[in-house]
Structure formats: C-alpha cells, structure tokens
Design a protein around this ligand. Structure first.
Ligand SMILES: [Zn+2]
Length: 483
C-alpha cells in the first residue's frame, strides 16, 4: 500500500491532496485509463497521465488521479490515438476484428472505393465494430458501366477496352452520384484499367478539384522498365494534380515504385514543397497481393517487377507458382502474393515520417496477405522496437494524426480523431510497447497481432485484455456532410 501511494506521488507531481478527496467524490468519468504513457502526435505530449472518458469523448488528461466508474490500469502501456487505416479493402465483420486487434479504430476503403455509395454505408450503419467509410471508386463505376465480369477488380471489358465517350459520361455520372451521397473522395486503380485514357483521369481530377475532394490513386504502372515505369506513372498524376488543383494521395508507394521508391518520395516531397497537396502511404511488407487475372500480371510482369514464377505465392494453397500453374490459375482467377519489394525499400518507407501507414488489407475466410491483420503492430514491433528505423512518436503520427489530417478539410469529424486531447473522440489504442508485434505471416495470415491490449471506439471497448468484446457495434460511418 505504501509502495502504491509512493508510486502515484512519483507520477503525479503537483497536488497530491486530490488523492484523499478522490475517495469520497462520486465517479466523474465513465472510464479512466490510469497511469498510462499518453502519446499525442499533435502536441507531442509523451508523459504518464490519467485519461478520463465521458460520453465517448476524452474529458480530462491529468497528472493527478481521476475517478471513473471503470478504471483500467494502463501502467507500462502506451495510450495512443486509435489508428486510422486509409486503405482497408476488407470491410466486413471478419476484417474489422483483425483491424481492431491491430489497433485500428477507423478503416477506410479509399483506393478501389465503392459504387453505389449510399447502400454501402447503409449496410454497415449500426452494425460495425469500428468506424468505416469509402471513396466512390472509378474502378467499380467503370466495371458496372462496361459490364466487366470480374470480382472486385476488372478481368475483361473494363480492363481491355477503351471506354466510349458515352460510357465515360455514364462513369462520370456514377462518380458524381457517389460524391453527392457523401463519399470521401474519388478512388482510382489506373493500373487495373490500363486502357483508361489520360484525358479521362485528368477530367475526373478536375471534378475532384471542383468538389473539393482528394483523389486516392494506385498509379498506372509499377517498376523501373521504360516506357511504363512507376516514376512515369507518378508524373502523370502529379501533373494532373498541378493542372487541376486537385488533392492527391498516392497509395502503396513501395509496391508501385519498387527500387525507385526513393526517387518517387523525392518527387512527392518536392511537389508538396511547391504547394501541391500530395501525400502517400505504404504497408510494411516485402510482398504485394492482387488478383492474378488482373492487368497487373499482363505480359512483361517479370521484367517490370524483377521477379519470376517462384516469387509468386497462390493464396488459396500457399504454393509457389510455375509457368504451368501461373497459366492455369490466371484463367481460374484468384489472389496471388508477389514477393517483389526489397526489405530496404520497405524499411525506407516505414522510416520516412511523411509516409502514412496503411494496410491495403483484405482477409477472406482466413486467407489473404498478412498486412490485413498485422500492419500496425508490425510497424510498432518490428520497425520501431527491433529495427529502430523510426521513433515511436513518428510511428504513431503516421498511423493516426496524418491520416486524420488528410481527411479533415472535407470531413470535420476527423478533427476529433488522431489525437489524444480533451474534446477528441475516445478512439484509443492502448498497447504494450515492449511486446507489441504482428503474428500474421504469408503462410498463416489470419493471426491476430499481439500486445494491443485495449482498443476503444467512441468510448466503447472493442478489444479488452487482447480479446474482442463480443456484441458491441460502436463503429460509425465516416462520410462527407458538407456536400
Ligand atoms: Zn492497389
């Protein structure tokens, strides 16, 4: 008892007489996170504090003890803003569970996006473990108009044929409708619809500029082979951003720029310095994942990605491919992992304080890429603790504040996320910095991360003591209201 009192005095320098008053007063807060290491990337606060939560908001951050109906001992744990994943394809209960156990409180589908938008939100409202949202997608709009038969990504008409002027008008109408319904921006995967003309992309950037939304883009090409390099593809969208005034977010920079990632990061940094609103993200893995039947694996992929059949891993079985199985599975269709990103490139992006952390994750019936389950814990455990590639505060900023800022001009609700401050939403991730680590692997992707102790969405626990809290659905729709 003496030891405990001494401890509290040590961590709460001024006003220890509050300690005795505390015993009589009724609970002031719904929940108190006691004696955690509070890390706020906006103010750079990094200190032992007590956090009081009331009505889903952070109501107090104090060096003095606080009294709550429920008190969680957070000693030795970091109290961080809940992580915001801008690139989360998995938008169902299975995926939200992996996200939550990885510290994610908001999962957004910004790259492929969705169309139509209104029913997508309606399906999830009141039924989601964590917060969710999406852009309106150029790909799904194009697949619908051109009657592509692919699942999720194009496999024939939208990929092989140039849209007629009438089809471009219909695609644009669907995108406008999605924006009218509150979509968070426009999502593009130009690489998946390579017959899309540069004029079509430019015109849609102009629409985004007019509506004040950002474009989230998987660029037209990847790799170093010219013509058709990742650098050239990045130049296309930077020029479109400059020519229209639209905001641009380039997704998974490492998987498109590969060994030229440093050049691509310089291009983005230079454009931002000269006044363009350009940002980027990466997932912390050395392999890609996509559909084998998509345009990504059109003729020439070996040269582009500097890999061959044995570097491809078939998700359904885990087997490495050969020329023969490649041909067979491409006809069948399905997910494939491509071991194509050198470790030093992954590390370069992980260490860069401007590059947001985003998973690109999708787990389907326990199969997929480990990024769907382990992205955030992997950055914290592997790149921060083990590799010392970046500071813990920088990592937290890349996972919370930067993605919140990417969206908050359009979506004022995001100003209350990505921070641990009074008045902010109580979307919080409480983890053990000494043990946090990903467990998902390429062979076994459906393994929860470790060391993410508690996760709270709007003041409701969705993870407690490293277990999903069953039956709670506090996730809210993140959408534009000022349309
Ligand atoms: Zn992509």
């Amino acid at each position: 008892m003496v030891l405990l009192a001494a401890l509290i005095i040590v961590v709460s320098p001024p006003g220890t007489q509050v300690f005795s008053a505390r015993a009589q007063s009724p609970a002031e807060f719904d929940i108190v996170l006691a004696n955690g290491r509070v890390m706020d990337p906006e103010s750079n606060l990094d200190a032992i504090r007590n956090v009081g939560i009331r009505n889903g908001k952070i109501a107090a951050i104090s060096a003095r003890p606080l009294r709550g109906r429920t008190t969680i001992d957070a000693k030795g744990l970091v109290v961080a803003p809940g992580f915001i994943d801008l690139h989360s394809h998995g938008q169902d209960d299975e995926n939200y569970r992996y996200k939550a156990r990885d510290g994610v409180t908001t999962a957004l589908e910004m790259e492929v996006g969705v169309s139509p938008v209104a029913p997508w939100y309606a399906q999830r409202e009141g039924k989601s473990l964590i917060n969710f949202g999406a852009t309106v997608g150029h790909i799904p709009a194009k697949m619908a108009v051109m009657k592509d038969t692919g699942a999720f990504l194009p496999r024939d008409n939208a990929m092989n044929r140039i849209s007629t002027p009438d089809e471009v008008r219909q695609i644009t109408d669907l995108i406008k409708q999605g924006l009218d319904e509150g979509a968070l921006g426009i999502g593009f995967g130009i690489n998946y619809v390579p017959t899309t003309t540069r004029a079509e992309v430019f015109d849609l950037f102009a629409l985004a500029a007019e509506r004040g939304v950002a474009n989230y883009v998987h660029i037209r090409h990847s790799g170093a082979v010219e013509p058709g390099s990742g650098v050239g593809a990045l130049q296309e969208v930077l020029a479109d951003a400059a020519g229209t005034g639209a905001s641009l977010h380039v997704v998974h920079i490492t998987s498109v720029c590969l060994r030229q990632t440093a050049t691509c990061l310089s291009m983005i940094e230079g454009a931002a310095k000269r006044g363009l609103d350009v940002t980027t993200e990466a997932y912390p893995y050395t392999a890609t994942q996509t559909r084998l039947e998509s345009a990504i694996y059109d003729e020439g992929w070996q040269e582009k990605f500097a890999i061959t059949y044995k570097d491809l891993q078939w998700v359904a079985t885990g087997e490495r491919l050969t020329a023969e199985t490649f041909a067979r599975y491409r006809k069948e269709g399905g997910s494939v992992i491509g071991h194509a990103i050198p470790e030093e490139i992954s590390r370069l992006a992980a260490a860069n304080p401007r590059v947001m952390v985003a998973s690109d994750g999708l787990i389907e019936n326990r199969q997929g890429h480990p990024r769907g389950a382990g992205t955030f814990a992997r950055v914290l455990g592997f790149y921060v603790r083990e590799q010392k590639a970046l500071s813990l505060m920088d990592a937290i900023r890349k996972m919370s504040l930067l993605p919140a800022q990417r969206l908050e001009k359009l979506v004022p609700a995001m100003r209350a996320k990505g921070r641990v401050k009074v008045g902010a939403d109580a979307d919080l991730t409480i983890f053990d910095p000494a043990t946090v680590i990903d467990r998902a692997t390429f062979e076994q992707p459906a393994l929860y991360s470790e060391g993410i102790r508690h996760v709270m969405v709007g003041g409701i626990f969705v993870v407690r003591d490293e277990k999903i809290v069953e039956g709670v659905k506090p996730g809210k729709a993140i959408r534009r209201t000022n349309r």
